[in-house]
Design a protein. Structure first.
Length: 430
């Protein structure tokens, strides 16, 4: 009861639009595809009118591409616009921003799997929509966000930030674990039967299930096991179901786009169609237009993931279109001399550097031998290179201690192959 009250008080203060949006999502949960398309067209028209009226940059952009806001087929009009990439969002970052009028603005950051750092403003309605949609999806499994949970996600290991995050986690009634060393797992493992759901990196959920299974644990208290940020390999599921009593489900999205799709109890990934226009490019890459992104328009954004859509109807009764398959998010581990770590630690090292020191780096990590890691970073000025090397050393020490030897190499340009660039590659044989 206490955490439910705290959740409602905190949400009303931080995200005033949250509960209104949640009610709207419930109203459209089981409507027909025709109604969903009508809702999407209506929201898209309001969105493009807003950015055109409140930004000379976007007004000129739409005019340049002969975009007709009054068109009865607005989705076709959107396809006239050029595809945008993360590099575009970085290069034209200041021009793309819209300053108001908004109730609130939140600063969002991401280093992303491409290794390019990005910071952008997220208006309150956009932020609230993402949070409300997540709560809406959790409701498919009977889960409330104030239920006691395990959160397998990264955080800043600086003392002051750690204290702040631990307080925040307590308010949300959750326990956070970042790595799965034997010592940390033993502390958590004794309490696994106290939790209602678990969420985080799929590779870490599998790691915990594997350790618990080795001890003969079989739990039936979990209502939802949600993996995100990485591919959920089928090889994970047998162990996860054996230990937690249910399969691991998937949430798919990105910091720039928000949640894109969520897996229903029937095992299908439903698109969040009320606020997204989703396309597949000629080579199979996903393009996303978020029609809540008023403060920093995300239009025909190319995530890099190759996605296959399906027109099939789901037995759950929800008529939102389905994602059949997602490719490109592969969870890998970094191997130290003694322990192993989620590869997304690399993401948090560079995100921390961006947040704390304002240094945005383009990077790629490579491992060919246990206990050793190479970080390749594109060169900037000598001052930035010296400063970044010092900060990288500090962050590496925070996360890996003396378990990993990290070598930093500054290069003119990172080598990128076909398709989506990977921020981490490994040839370590396990």
């Amino acid at each position: 009861m206490l955490h439910r009250i705290l959740f409602r008080i905190g949400t009303n203060k931080r995200n005033p639009s949250f509960f209104k949006i949640l009610r709207k999502l419930k109203e459209t949960e089981f409507v027909s595809r025709q109604v969903l398309d009508e809702v999407k067209h209506k929201n898209a028209r309001s969105y493009f009118a807003f950015i055109s009226n409140n930004s000379s940059y976007w007004s000129e952009f739409l005019s340049k591409h002969d975009f007709n806001i009054g068109s009865p087929d607005l989705i076709s009009e959107i396809k006239k616009l050029p595809i945008s990439t993360k590099n575009d969002l970085i290069t034209f970052n200041q021009e793309m921003r819209i300053t108001g009028p908004f109730r609130k603005i939140f600063v969002a950051e991401t280093s992303g799997t491409s290794g390019q750092s990005l910071e952008f403003p997220r208006n309150e309605y956009w932020d609230s929509y993402n949070r409300a949609s997540q709560m809406h999806f959790y409701g498919w499994y009977g889960v409330k966000p104030w239920f006691k949970s395990i959160y397998l996600w990264g955080y800043d290991l600086e003392f002051r930030q750690t204290v702040k995050i631990k307080l925040f986690d307590w308010l949300l009634n959750r326990v956070r674990l970042f790595s799965y060393t034997d010592e940390e797992f033993e502390q958590l493992g004794r309490k696994l039967d106290r939790f209602k759901f678990i969420e985080g990196y799929s590779s870490m959920i599998y790691g915990i299930a594997k350790k618990a299974g080795a001890d003969g644990r079989a739990l039936n208290n979990f209502m939802m096991i949600k993996g995100t940020s990485e591919v959920i390999h089928e090889s994970y599921q047998e162990t996860v179901k054996k230990v937690f009593g249910r399969k691991m489900i998937s949430e798919y999205g990105a910091a720039e786009t928000g949640i894109i799709s969520f897996e229903c109890p029937e095992g299908n990934m439903h698109l969040l169609e009320e606020n997204l226009v989703v396309e597949i490019d000629g080579d199979g890459a996903l393009l996303v237009t978020n029609i809540n992104s008023q403060s920093f328009p995300i239009i025909r954004y190319r995530l890099g993931d190759h996605v296959e859509l399906s027109e099939d109807l789901c037995a759950c009764g929800r008529n939102h279109r389905l994602i059949k398959e997602i490719q490109g998010r592969i969870g890998q581990n970094i191997f130290g001399f003694k322990d192993k770590y989620p590869s997304l630690i690399i993401y948090y090292i560079f995100k921390n550097i961006a947040q704390k020191h304002g240094i945005l780096l383009i990077y790629q990590a490579n491992q060919s031998k246990k206990g050793e890691l190479t970080l390749e970073i594109e060169k900037q000025t000598e001052d930035i290179n010296r400063s970044s090397l010092k900060n990288i050393s500090s962050e590496v020490e925070n996360y890996f201690k003396d378990d990993l030897l990290v070598r930093v190499e500054y290069v003119d340009n990172l080598k990128k192959g076909q398709g989506k660039a990977k921020y981490f590659t490994s040839t370590v044989q396990v």
